[in-house]
Design a protein around this ligand. Structure first.
Ligand SMILES: Cc1cc2nc3c(=O)[nH]c(=O)nc-3n(C[C@H](O)[C@H](O)[C@H](O)COP(=O)(O)OP(=O)(O)OC[C@H]3O[C@@H](n4cnc5c(N)ncnc54)[C@H](O)[C@@H]3O)c2cc1C
Length: 463
């Protein structure tokens, strides 16, 4: 693989020998399909709850080949679509669930410390920034009011005026920000690699280069052999559709990122981000990033959807794909005009209908899965791993009250093509048009209102 085709994160790791492929039939208590975070966290927590369990993990490539080895490294203490997920709860239940969700980065931090996982974990919080145009500040203030009206206090989400923001991060055109402590940053591929090492040391049997072709009741099938187990855990997120027999209704979308060369201290003195804070820009087409441990800026923005939910296999970004992200980065950080972009990559992630993640329980067939994290899977997969392990072991755990469990017959299906493709493109184009109109100081008031109204209407279609 060319360096340009793999993530900065994987490029920074030395290679390790692959685990052997599955050779012949075997039996286990649990077989997990996919060695990303969902699969590895599930294996980890299973071994915590029941060390004697025989756990097998089957991975088509090597651990971290999927989104887990390629993402932006934000460990977020929330679930995508959380408002909708928690909507039916009373105030007490909602507060209990929010506390569990906000605790996700801290839980990852606890395991990192306990197991000595070397993954550049920093619990520095996040700056949601209003930048580039004033409407971002209006929307961000409205979101802050929403947070404060729904069980959060200023200790969770606090407004920063421009002067306060600039003490942490200096953007070209700041309008204010919200700071939240509920995000940590990691080097994503290091976390996968370390979890892989950790679960192997706990006795989990990992087979790499062992693609599963079908999942059947209590069984995962590969060309080299099959694994019979009481529980089968498809942990495939965007790759789910490639395996027959799994009824998780997730579709694959793509997300893309660039990274600069390591930047000198003088540039970081201008930019800030001294304490491992993540940052994002509050537009409907989110741009986000982090300062890496080796002082690069990693900047993610925009993505894509392929007709039929097809996976994208090669992430050697085109010159145009890199240029778009660099342009957006320079609008926020013009001081980076001379900085070299050393890496550009992307990955496939899974989105569930309803835009909220799910734990799917098919008890009759012994199949338990989780995914559809909608671009917020780094932290959510930890919660998923704990949830799946507790369900399998029959353990009482407060996290089981989070209302994201469902059954295959209750899954919402995606619309058939070409409706999905048309819907995706209609929504993204309206967001893109809004962004261009609002970013142009010459746009008339009526244009700004029209663009925002259209984009808000299209956003409503996503529910
Ligand atoms: C560019 C990008 C940036 C992102 N940034 C963030 C972020 O900053 N914060 C955040 O919270 N989320 C982010 N996400 C989302 C997050 O990375 C994912 O939701 C999460 O990693 C999903 O983990 P997973 O283990 O469920 O799936 P994956 O990591 O995709 O793992 C699935 C595994 O299954 C394997 N597999 C596929 N087919 C088979 C088969 N037939 N048999 C066996 N194994 C198979 C794959 O090789 C892969 O290793 C981002 C995603 C992308 C792509």
């Amino acid at each position: 693989m060319q360096a340009s085709e793999i993530s900065l994160w994987m490029d920074q790791l030395g290679s390790v020998p692959a685990a052997p492929p599955l050779a012949g039939d075997t039996a286990a208590d649990v077989v997990i399909v996919g060695a990303g975070y969902t699969g590895l966290w599930t294996a980890y927590y299973l071994k915590q709850l029941a060390p004697a369990l025989d756990v097998v993990v089957l991975e088509a490539h090597t651990a971290g080949y999927g989104a887990s080895g390629r993402n932006g490294g934000w460990v977020i203490g929330e679930l995508a679509g959380e408002d909708r997920l928690l909507a039916g709860l009373d105030a007490g239940q909602r507060a209990a669930c929010l506390a569990l969700l906000r605790d996700i980065p801290a839980e990852v931090g606890r395991v990192v410390a306990r197991e000595g996982l070397d993954c550049d974990f920093r619990h520095g919080g996040v700056l949601y920034c209003a930048a580039r145009y004033p409407e971002q500040a209006t929307r961000l203030r409205a979101q802050l009011a929403h947070w404060h009206a729904h069980g959060h206090g200023p200790q969770d989400f606090a407004w920063l005026e421009v002067a306060a923001l600039q003490q942490q991060l200096r953007l070209a055109q700041p309008y204010g920000a919200v700071f939240s402590p509920h995000v940590a940053t990691i080097q994503p591929a290091k976390l996968v690699r370390e979890l892989r090492r950790c679960v192997q040391a706990l006795g989990v049997r990992l087979y790499e280069h062992s693609p599963v072709s079908a999942i059947r009741p209590h069984e995962a099938v590969t060309a080299q052999g099959r694994v019979r187990a009481r529980w089968v855990v498809p942990a495939l997120e965007a790759y789910t559709a490639g395996v027959t027999g799994v009824r998780a209704q997730q579709i694959a979308v793509q997300s893309m990122i660039i990274a600069t060369e390591p930047l000198p201290p003088a540039l970081w003195a201008q930019i800030g981000l001294a304490h491992g804070q993540a940052f994002s820009e509050w537009s409907r087409l989110v741009s986000y990033g982090q300062r890496t441990r080796d002082n690069r800026l990693v900047f993610g923005a925009r993505g894509g959807y392929r007709f039929g939910g097809k996976l994208r296999a090669s992430f050697a970004l085109t010159a145009d794909e890199v240029a778009l992200r660099r342009k957006l980065m320079l609008e926020l950080f013009p001081m980076l005009a001379q900085a070299r972009i050393t890496h550009g990559w992307g990955g496939n992630l899974g989105v569930a209908r309803g835009f909220a993640p799910q734990v799917v329980v098919d008890a009759a067939n012994g199949v338990l899965s989780a995914g559809g994290y909608g671009g917020e899977g780094v932290g959510a997969s930890n919660l998923a791993g704990r949830t799946l392990a507790a369900l399998i072991c029959g353990t009482q755990d407060a996290i089981l009250q989070i209302p994201w469990q469902t059954t295959p017959d209750r899954l919402r299906r995606w619309e058939p093509e070409p409706l999905r493709w048309l819907g995706y493109n209609g929504i993204i184009r309206s967001f893109d048009w809004e962004d261009r109109v609002l970013n142009d100081p010459g746009s008339a008031g009526w244009q700004r209102r029209l663009a925002q109204g259209l984009a808000a209407g299209m956003e409503g279609l996503m529910q």
